[in-house]
Design a protein. Structure first.
Lengths: 521, 342
């Protein structure tokens, strides 16, 4: 055996050893995709319009406040759509003043589109709009990530999805309670504390009766559920509250589940310094009145203010313990800047995944056995080289996947089987070529060398062409298909090594021992 | 084993039109069926919709589930898996994507089943795809295919000849059409997995074509004087043993996947199985025929152009080589040299 050959064999053993080391133990090292492990896959869209609407409404409100401070009375200031403010009824004599003030307030983010006869339209600038949209998607992403992490899921994925820019992919391996996971992710968790002016009442009309059926502009009507202390049927009740919130979720420092004075699950929260100052001011001025705690625009509870409260509060309602814990979680993780809608949701039960693994395993093993038997019968001793090369290809493939942390999916298992096929193809190409050279009366060693040399470029060409389609498959694919493309690509690359280097070295090793006149092929 | 130990000599190229006829029949039958059913059978991945798999505690028939679900519109109910207790339910729409209504259909099915007394079941998988995602996936699928084809055309065109590249692409298009037709005929739905299998087939088919083209390229160097058609036919025969062994063993491996791979992979493995077979067949008949047709068309066009030029200039006579048979193409090497000279 020559020195060169010894080195080659050593290299092969080293690669096989490394691959085996990297893949062992397989249950821990191979990351399984959702389709094999079970879990939830969701694609959500961030309704970025919500964030724009909020921004525009706030700008309109602020302008309104400034105008009334200066005594400029206009008929209306409304955010007519998420990016447009419309102002009507500006008095002629104060038009110049109004313009000046509107410019000061709005010109950073809004352009004046039209302004005639006391009516003005301002539209949000495009760069402002798109940066606000991006910002709200980024915020949503971070918020969801925090919530998912608090949920305690192992290796969750929360990532931007698609070119559209407003979609988010969430994958939760091993989670089977979809409903709860969705509730937690989706809850906008907008907490607002608003002073109650009137109510609770059984209908909107009752609330408006005292005001001649007209809702004052600084008020709004919200709904809640009548509290169930008496054990009666829950009914919808109506409250008239101040439009501007006294305190919001932004002023929150912490929130945690607790029990209220009736030993019912509740959520207690504490406020940061700024929130505590505002809260203290409002509560001390309004002792005896009710304060509505609104979550996502719905009244959860409306306790009476007993005295000055600064930095602690409690939300009690009709929660179960789980609900109280989840509410604490979403409040802690902060409000979502915009609501979310679901575009896609797939839940795979762990049982189905386990079945698929078993089926895939049986299919791969039986595929490999069929191939091995055929190669050994048809190519006799040379078939051993092929089987070793193909088995090693699979080993390297698994080793690389473990090393890269690539995900094995169900189509990925199919990719494994296809890799066996590719390995067979390369070996058959080589062997048939060697046979042809032998038929042309070449000596054994020369025939083997010629076989490998001539096939080298063919194998390179076929593999590059297959890699091209694997690359596009990866680009196109989501989840499982990406797994397939990854498996296929790694298999292709390692096959070049096993078919051209490992198999050839094995031939050289066999032929070096004797002066071979014949070859078992 | 004395299988194909001598080099075979079948006349593949001479019989290529029969093969084309067979393919045409399959494709036309598939198209007729697709038209009769109002389009290709798109799965929920592309059309949007709801897909649920329920596992009952007791074996159950699809009819009894269907009867229990009479109140639910446009549903498809099928037996699923081998246990006899699995039921697949498919609904066309997953709701208008507002709020949580994506799951409306799924919840209606569960509620209806529970109300009907068929309650001992577990939802083992539930997939809800909104129409927006379906459309996006369709676009991405088509563009992945187009880009992969363009990439392969360029690669094969550069490494071999342009006509070979076109041949490989036409063969792939043939495989996709035949596979689509067979999927339609056998009632498989186009899902993401099936599309992945089709993209894999494109790789496999091109792989197969390259092996034959590679042999043609090699033979062009040594058998320059031979007629191109015969040369291609010889090349196919020379690589035939490899072709049969490879596609034989690969289809065995894929068959194992089809048999043991379970319900989830059935569409995928069926597509792969069909693809491996048509990929091999299209290499032998379609890819080579296309390359021959283009080469001959060009040679004819050139010799025509050349004979017009003969009287005008002696130089063009030398470079176009009008003395050669119009059917005999030049080897890639001499062609390259000529292209540089002109």
């Amino acid at each position: 055996m020559t020195k060169n050959l010894q080195w080659k064999l050593l290299a092969i053993i080293a690669v096989a050893g490394l691959a085996a080391l990297s893949v062992y133990p397989p249950e821990e090292r191979i990351r399984l995709g959702l389709d094999l492990e079970g879990g939830v896959h969701m694609v959500l869209r961030v309704q970025t319009d919500d964030a724009l609407q909020l921004e525009t409404e706030t700008a309109a409100e602020q302008l309104g406040e400034q105008l009334s401070l200066q005594g400029i009375e206009v008929t209306s200031i409304v955010a007519v759509d998420p990016t447009t403010i419309r102002i009507e009824g500006v008095p002629d004599e104060r038009d110049a003043e109004f313009r000046q003030m509107a410019e000061d307030q709005l010109s950073l983010s809004y352009d004046r589109e039209s302004g005639a006869g006391g009516s003005y339209t301002y539209r949000m600038r495009l760069p402002v709009e798109s940066s606000l949209r991006d910002e709200s998607v980024r915020q949503a992403l971070q918020t969801i990530e925090r919530r998912v992490n608090e949920l305690g899921v192992a290796e969750p994925i929360v990532a931007p999805y698609s070119v559209g820019g407003d979609q988010i992919l969430v994958q939760l391996p091993g989670v089977s309670d979809v409903a709860r996971a969705k509730e937690i992710i989706r809850s906008t968790a907008l907490l607002e504390l608003k002073l109650v002016e009137d109510g609770p009442a059984m209908s909107e009309e009752l609330l408006l009766q005292t005001r001649n059926g007209v809702l004052p502009p600084d008020m709004e009507i919200v709904t809640g559920t009548s509290e169930l202390l008496s054990g009666g049927v829950p009914e919808t009740v109506y409250y008239m509250v101040r439009r501007v919130a006294a305190v919001t979720g932004r002023d929150l420092r912490n929130a945690r589940p607790t029990l209220d004075e009736f030993n019912q699950p509740a959520v207690s929260f504490s406020l940061n310094r700024e929130g505590a100052r505002k809260f203290g001011e409002i509560t001390s001025q309004n002792i005896g009145r009710s304060l509505a705690v609104l979550l996502d625009g719905r009244v959860e509870t409306a306790p009476t203010i007993e005295g000055r409260i600064t930095d602690e509060g409690q939300i009690s309602g009709t929660f179960t313990q789980q609900e109280a814990a989840d509410l604490g979680l979403v409040l802690r993780s902060g409000a979502l800047p915009a609501s979310l809608t679901y575009l896609e949701e797939r839940t795979i039960g762990p049982q189905l995944g386990a079945d698929s693994i078993r089926a895939g395993f049986i299919a791969s093993v039986s595929g490999m056995i069929v191939v091995a038997i055929f190669m050994l019968v048809y190519y006799r001793l040379s078939g051993v080289n092929a089987v070793v090369a193909i088995a090693m290809n699979l080993l390297i493939l698994m080793g690389f996947m473990a090393y890269l942390g690539a995900v094995l999916t169900l189509p990925g298992i199919a990719g494994l089987i296809l890799t066996i096929g590719i390995g067979v193809d390369s070996n058959v190409l080589i062997f048939e070529r060697i046979k042809e050279e032998l038929r042309a009366q070449k000596a054994v060693k020369a025939a083997v060398n010629a076989g490998f040399d001539r096939v080298f470029l063919t194998i390179l060409d076929t593999h590059i062409a297959s890699l091209i389609s694997a690359a596009f498959l990866f680009q196109f694919g989501s989840g499982p298909i990406r797994g397939f493309a990854t498996t296929l690509a790694i298999g292709l690359i390692s096959n070049v090594f096993t078919a051209l280097f490992v198999s050839r070295t094995l031939f050289e090793a066999t032929l070096s021992r004797r002066r071979a006149a014949t070859l078992s092929i | 084993m004395p299988f194909l130990s001598k080099q075979p000599d079948f006349d593949f190229i001479g019989n290529r039109w029969y093969a084309v006829a067979v393919s045409l029949v399959i494709v036309v039958a598939g198209m007729a069926m697709a038209v009769a059913r109002g389009g290709l059978p798109l799965g929920i991945d592309f059309s949007g919709g709801t897909l649920m798999v329920l596992e009952f505690e007791q074996p159950i028939t699809e009819d009894s589930v269907r009867d229990a679900l009479t109140a639910v519109d446009e549903k498809v109910v099928q037996q699923y898996g081998d246990s006899g207790a699995g039921i697949l339910i498919r609904l066309p729409q997953a709701g208008p994507e507002e709020g949580t209504s994506l799951e409306q259909g799924a919840e209606q099915v569960i509620a209806t089943l529970e109300a009907s007394g068929l309650d001992g079941f577990e939802v083992v998988s539930r997939e809800l795809v909104g129409p927006v995602i379906g459309e996006e996936l369709q676009q991405r699928g088509v563009s992945a295919f187009v880009f992969a084809m363009a990439g392969i055309l360029i690669y094969v065109g550069l490494r071999f000849r342009f006509s070979f590249g076109v041949g490989a692409i036409v063969a792939v298009a043939h495989d996709i059409l035949v596979t689509l037709a067979l999927l339609t005929i056998f009632g498989y739905e186009l899902s993401l997995n099936v599309v992945a299998a089709m993209l894999t087939i494109t790789g496999y088919s091109v792989n197969d074509s390259i092996v034959v083209f590679d042999r043609v390229r090699e033979n062009l160097r040594s058998m320059r004087r031979d007629e191109f058609e015969r040369l291609v036919n010889t090349s196919i025969n020379q690589t035939l043993a490899r072709t049969i062994i490879t596609s034989g063993t690969t289809s065995f491996a894929v068959l194992a996947l089809f048999v043991f791979g379970g319900e989830v992979l059935r569409g995928f493995s069926f597509t792969m199985l069909v693809g491996v077979i048509t990929g091999t067949y299209s290499t032998i008949f379609i890819a080579t025929s296309t390359a021959i047709a283009i080469t001959q068309g060009r040679a004819r066009w050139r010799s025509q152009a050349a004979s017009e030029h003969v009287s005008a200039s002696g130089r063009s006579q030398r470079s176009a080589g009008p003395s050669r048979s119009p059917r005999a193409p030049r080897s890639p090497r001499s062609k390259g040299r000529k292209a540089r000279a002109s």
